[in-house]
Design a protein around this ligand. Structure first.
Ligand code: FES
Length: 135
């Protein structure tokens, strides 16, 4: 086979960065978050990332009260004062930096955190055993 034909049929390697949740610019402090999905074992679960006091945090999108998604409008998790994450269903409040219950029906519960890292202007999933599915 001539070298020319071989080169034209050669596979091009494409590196897909599957751990990137979003750009850093997509997360504004105390404002809208970014929803994404993760595979944890055999389950595919909803999750979200938010920025609070300059740092990025991510949690499964499951209220500790009844397991319902929190956002009161898609991608919006903060309460009016922008100090807590709030569940739209019954008003459970969570500390944005720990996910621990701050009031309401979550009583002693907590959101499930997902480890993330922000570097080179992107936010990446770093949770052990969790794989990003899509955005
Ligand atoms: S399901 Fe979230 S407060 Fe009840």
């Amino acid at each position: 086979m001539p070298g020319f034909l071989w080169r034209s049929l050669r596979m091009v390697e494409v590196v897909v960065d599957t751990d990137v949740i979003c750009s850093s610019a997509a997360l504004t402090d105390g404002s809208a978050g970014v929803r994404f999905r993760v595979r944890l074992g055999a389950q595919i679960l909803g999750a979200f990332a938010i920025r609070y006091r300059g740092r990025v945090y991510a949690y499964l999108n499951q209220c500790a009260h009844q397991g319902i998604e929190l956002d009161w409008k898609e991608g919006y998790f903060f309460d009016m004062g922008r100090h807590f994450l709030i569940c739209a269903t019954h008003g459970a409040l969570y500390h944005p930096d720990t996910g621990r219950c701050a009031g309401g029906p979550c009583r002693g519960g907590a959101l499930v955190p997902l480890a993330v890292v922000e570097e080179n202007n992107v936010v990446r999933l770093r949770a052990d055993g969790a794989r990003l599915i899509n955005h």
